[in-house]
Design a protein around this ligand. Sequence first.
Ligand SMILES: [Zn+2]
Length: 216
Amino acid sequence: MEVFHKVFSNGNAQFKQELDLLGFSYKYEENIMGKIVIFEIAESHPQWHIIKEIASRHNVCISQSIVYSKKEIAEAEWLALACTGHFGYPQPEDDYVPYTYDTSDYCERCGIGGNQKTSFHFRAEPKAKRSHFFQLNWVFDEFFVKPEMKLIFQQNAVSGIFSNALDVVKSAEWFGSGAFRAVIVSRKVADIILEKEWRGIALKPIRLSDASQQVL
Ligand SMILES: [Zn+2]
């Protein structure tokens, strides 16, 4: 696992000057958008800590991403799914929540709760031809696949999607604002995805930290 930080600053001459003093190389663009410093740095980079300190002193924006190795993905017992792209919005856009969910336990403020009561409605067939998995904007705990893939999952007796057993589960915990649950798949499902080389999906290894998993 490697943590990367994407650093972006526009029009901050002092930040740029400090990077230059360090002898740190970065991408620089000067155009109608402004004077832009942009670069990505791994957390294992020897200068990460000083870069982090300078960036925070100058209120420079940093976003984080985690990249897992093939080995980590191949060895994990459980993995969380993440779509690599999103398309369109659930229909009807203005009130898809009461339309799609039984909202008796739903919190308007944080988006926790709600039980799906009907199919999701798309405006049109997804256009991304190269992707096998799709996700709507706003709905980060539902993944969509084509009927051919549903069939492959069924042929491989993947449970959880069409029954109540444990190959595909949602976390009990909710994440983010406009809250969503993590969608977690078993080693078996991950192997199907990897073997078929399905695109549009990222697999994130999960480590269980529940006390019942610990050997005393
Ligand atoms: Zn709430």
